[in-house]
Every structure is written in structure tokens, then in C-alpha cells.
Design a binder for this molecule. Sequence first.
Ligand code: SF4
Ligand code: SF4
Ligand code: SF4
Ligand code: FES
Length: 507
Amino acid sequence: MRQSNNLVSLTINDQQLTVKKGYTIFQAAKENNIYVPSLCAHKDLTPFGGCRICIVEIKGKKKNPTACTTPVEDEMIVYTNSESIQKERREILQLILSEHPSGCLICNEIEDCEKFQGTIRKVGATTGCMWCPNDGDCELSKVVEYCGIDQLDFPALYRGFPLEKEEPFFDRDYNLCIYCSRCVRICHEQRKSSVLTLKQRGKYTTIGAAFDQSHIDGNCEFCGACVSVCPTGALSEKYRKWAGVPDKYTPSICPACSMQCDIQVLSKGDKIIGTLPPGEPHLSGGELCVKGRFTLSQLVNHPDRLKEPIFKYPEGDGIVSWDTAIEKAKESLSKYSGEKAAIYISPNLTTEEFAAIKIFANKVIKTSYITSSALNKNTISFLNLVKKSTTLNRIKKADCIVSIFLNGNYNYSPLTISIKSAAEKGIPYIQIGFQKDTTSRFARLKLTPTLCNENLFFKNIIKSLKSSKNVTKEIEKLIDILNNSSSPLLIIGPGILDLSQSEQIIL
Ligand code: SF4
Ligand code: SF4
Ligand code: SF4
Ligand code: FES
């Protein structure tokens, strides 16, 4: 039966389905809980069709296309697991495995090994069995299990690539890479960083920054999106790689900056072992920055972190119980109350912590004096400006974006990705500041004020808006872009607070 213009009716494994027009067979199957094994497909990335594991049989077609690149058609009849498809799929998978150390995947001791974890390493320096950083959490092993591979019919090749461990946050072992290119695509398509590419040819193919640069030199932001989507142990977190498979994923919010990105906290027993972007592990690159992705568990578990209250006795510091600490704090604080008391807070508090302190100050101490090392006349004028500001969603409506002292390197990921996406769509982006950052490559115009004379720079812009006399070429371009914009958006970064003249500029 023919459906409305926006729907398509097809059959997958004898199941009658109706899905949106434009879906691929893979999407249609997934939405209807029909498993099609895949390695290179990813919900947030354009189909690549590289691994060919998702091949399907379509009635009336001679060749077996990949489900992740083939759009659904009305009255299509698809088989995802017929005998001939499974046979062809097993051969494709064996070819992939012939270049991937597979001791952990097809060893005949696999069952005992899973029970007792007693098998010694078989292949490579850090691969095989329990020595793979992805042991127990590997998409490739799930596909091998589904296809029922228990031996290799092709000669195995260990490529012998050196381990890349010299950069922070994650290690790279391209002996485990299956060239699915998820890492390359997420870096380019979602993060807009374009650090990674496929390098060399044939058996020497690896992934990395162009011209054999290090990731740092290739402008990697260490956001970890590539690590999150890697279906094998080729990319592995330095801190978490030997912590094992988490037994709990708890949704939470990153406390490391004002963006408050959604995260999931990974724990094993009572220990936090890592953080990931929200969503299915391996299938969510997310918008976290290096702080939210890699540093939170290290901060929580840092040996220098204070985990118990410490009381200062005359004879020295001593650990006390929470009950004792609260009693002692109550005793000391009861001597002070009202406007004679002031509360000094850290500038790194979360909104919730700040709200709790405000209640404590008002109701318990009865003071309105709350101050912080970050509070000075510059920050007060900045905060007044923030009160008038808008939300990040506004960026979608802007027809011109100007960032001022933003410095988005390793910071404010959702914001910098939005700027880059808008600029990619042709929205003019103007960057004003001293430093290059991850958005600089997308800027139509970059303006650098003279150091310690920034106020004059902004005054000149204001003057030029009124009269075009004695205007530099760059400012002329800026005025031209602004004059052609009906909905410009100004993004002011905290870098402005570091300037000696910041108060005048903000005002
Ligand atoms: S960490 Fe982020 S920026 Fe660096 S290569 Fe991976 S995806 Fe690209
Ligand atoms: S490093 Fe991982 S994500 Fe990148 S191509 Fe290799 S297997 Fe795929
Ligand atoms: S941008 Fe980074 S630090 Fe800020 S909330 Fe998101 S992950 Fe955390
Ligand atoms: S998942 Fe379809 S070709 Fe790789």
C-alpha cells in the first residue's frame, strides 16, 4: 500500500515497516529494533559505507548494498541476515580481522578466559585478550560474536605501528584501527576541527594529523570525541584505559565552566573512573571540551584532594568527622552574625552551590556581604553586562557574529562549535582579540587591538560608525559587515577581564 509523500513502506526480514522518506535501510532497521551489524556507521555522521559489515540483500537486486548508505524505497524487500548475506559478511569481517590483532576475538579459550581472565597476552604489545584497553567494551567483538567467527581463513598481519603515547589524555595504537574513519568524520563534521585524516596507503595506512604533525601541532582540542566514537581499542583514554568496564553510568552536569554541559559519570564500585558525553557509549561524540571529557575523574580522585574535614587544633591540623566539623563550625560561627560578617567564596562555584551559600548567608549568618577573589570593578561591570545578555540559542538567528576576547581554545565547546557551524553556513564571523583560537580559521575578519590601548580601539570603531573619515581598511570592512547585518550577535569572552582598561571597554 502506498503511503503519504513523507513515508515509505518496506519489508525487512518479513516485518512490514513504515518509516520516514529519506531514511537509510540501516536507520529504518534501527528504529524498529532490527539489529544490523555495523562498524563505520554513526548516527551523527554522514554515511561512509567503508566497512561493508552492514550489507543486506534486496529482492530483485543483483548486488548486496550497504544498509547505511542505501535509502529506503517503497515496497522494498530487504533481508539482513539471510544465509548468503551472513556468509559474505563473515568474509568481509575476516578481512578486517586479518589486520586487527584478534586473539581476544577468536581464541578457542575465549569462554574460559571470560570466566577466569587467566589467558596470557598473545599478540602485540598492548593488544589481545584482557590486554586491550577496550577489553569487555568493544563494538568489534560484538560484531564478531554476532557473525559467529571462530577462526581466520586469511593470513594475519600485525602491522607493527609504534604506540603513540606522547600526547596528553589519550593514547593511540593504530594496530587496532579498522579504518572506519569515525574519528576523522566526527572531528571534521561535528567538532569542525578537521585535525585528523587518513594517512599513507595500503597496509601502512594510519590516522593522524596531516603532514605527520603531532595532534598538538595539528590544533587538536583534546575534546575526546574521536576517542568516544572509536569502535575498537585504537584510541584509549590514558586515565581510564585500565580501569575496566564501568558498572554505572549516571547522568550529570559538568561543573567546570558556565556552559554546564550534560555528561554521564562512569563509575565502577564506589569509584568514579571517567566521564562521557550523554548518549549511548561509542555512539555519542558530544560537545564536551577537554575539561569535561578528561579531567573531572582525575580531579575527583586526585591524591591531594581534601576528602575529609580538617580542624586546626593549636597543636596542628587534624582530620575530624563531618558531625564534629559541623558542630565546630556552628560553635565558631555563632559568635558572628549580621552585617559584621562577610562570606568569602571561590569564583569556581556552581550555580547551585552559590544559591545554597546565598541562603546560608541570608538565613543563618544574616549578612548580605558575599565576596570573592574574582570580584572587582571589572567583574561587576561584566556581570551587569551579563544580566542583559541572551542565551546560546540566539546564535542560530544571528546574521553576523562578533567575538571579543573569547579565547575558545580548550573551552566553551558548545559555543565554539556553534560559531564554527554558523560561519561554515556563510554567517560572517569577526574575531577581536590577541590570541588565535579554534574559531580563528572560520573568521572572515580578525582584528587585534594594540596592547594596553584597547579602549581607544573600541572608541575608534564607535567613531567610525558615525563618520568614515580616517578609517583603517580593517575597520572599514568591519563597519561594512555590521551595516549589512540586521541581527548581529556580540560574544564577549572572559578574556576582557584581564585587560587593564576592561571596565571602560565594557561600559
Ligand atoms: S580530540 Fe577532538 S579535536 Fe582532537 S582529534 Fe579528536 S576529535 Fe579532533
Ligand atoms: S582510530 Fe578508531 S575510529 Fe579512527 S578509524 Fe581507527 S578504528 Fe575507526
Ligand atoms: S564547555 Fe567544557 S568545561 Fe564547560 S561545561 Fe562543557 S565540558 Fe564542562
Ligand atoms: S556500517 Fe555500513 S558500511 Fe560500515
